[in-house]
Design a protein around this ligand. Sequence first.
Ligand code: CMC
Length: 429
Amino acid sequence: MSKVATIKIDGKTYDLPMVVGTEKEVALDITQLRGQSGAITLDPGYKNTGACESAITFLDGEEGILRYRGYSIEELAEKADFLEVAYLLIFGELPTQTQLQKFNTDILDQSIVNEDMKTVLKGFPQTAHPMGVLSSLTSALTAFNPKSVNVDSEEDMYRAIVKILAKFPVLAAWTLRKKNDQVLYNKDTNIGYVESLLKMMFQDDNPKKSYRQNKVVVNALDKLLILHADHEQNCSTSTVRIVGSSHAGLFASISAGVSALWGPLHGGANQAVIEMLEEIKADGGDTSKFIAKAKDKDDPFRLMGFGHRVYKNFDPRARIIKKAADEVLGQLGVDDPILEIAKGLEKTALEDPYFVDRKLYPNVDFYSGIIYRAMGIPTEMFTVMFAVGRLPGWIAQWREMRLRKEPIGRPRQIYIGETKRSFKEIEKR
Ligand code: CMC
């Protein structure tokens, strides 16, 4: 028998159906509550609100569990490659060899970016932040692909999906080339998805100069992209779903997701962490001083890369990345003093009652920037890398939302402004 919860408002009781997920997560279905009682639920920041039912990613913040389509993040990071994980997230199952080959070929077929996009890019000042440029270029893609997606056609959906998967890394690489005032390349279709992204970013302006790929860097980036590929209903993913819920197209929805990811409380934290560690280093390396600042409620400083809305024990992605940081820096022969500062900061924070009581642990962004830096990726590009990683998750969530024919996202509010009053002529005010 299905469960029911009962609530009482002004002496009247209402039965609310309960929804139980496959991992026994429980929710009260309040969709009929307003119609029956006039009351809405209030939850700023959606801290306790389920916006949808989803079969893509499972996350248990207390236990530090993260699974894509049932597969643990630890196993996927170790055994899968990024394109396989993208397929898994979007279509629900791991691909066979044939399916993966077709997926890859279809992406490669769509990888040339329209030459006119270079004109759009040219209009930006060189000082523009790559995330702002990426969001605009993604939005501009809509102009070159005007046909909106017919979500009743699997074929149409598939075409839009491979198109954005193909062009997005090109645009991501171009945001770096623009910063450096360099020649813009399209994808090298003879190498893998992640390899070609690195090549488009770092190849010499003279195309005849051979580009040597570093396997350590390719593998490390592949792993980082997998770790960032989805994270259920976070800020940018919810943005993608809500924009798409108005039946705006896939590219427009992804562009909005890029903007949401940019903020320092979300994906922008990876850049903010490195800037914070640099600041600590420049200040003499005294981590306790910065811990004290983070605890001071009158000081706006926060320990970037620490804390998470859902992880209250540890972030499984952070564990994998911390280990990878040691390995990658070792393999690349990089000795970065800020890695030691980061470890010192983590140790001090994890012993401090302020952080312990509030269950604040290092998140995915605490060590990822150190790896990006060792790879030679400039700080302003870190969040762009996160966006490339998160792309399959955004696509999967958008596709699921449209296939489930979810209604337009439109929250309610409690109005706390002035009640009705009369307009006064300006001279009488
Ligand atoms: N440094 C110092 N204090 C903190 C921090 C921090 N990084 N994070 C949270 N707190 C405190 C906060 O002041 C509050 O204290 P009190 O209860 O005394 O008012 C308490 O911990 C709860 O914090 P909150 O802001 O209510 O929690 P939230 O769930 O709204 O915010 C967060 C989560 C990730 C935005 C926040 O922890 C934060 O700002 N962290 C730093 C930015 C960061 O690293 N973001 C990346 C998140 S992971 C990547 C991604 O998926 O986006």
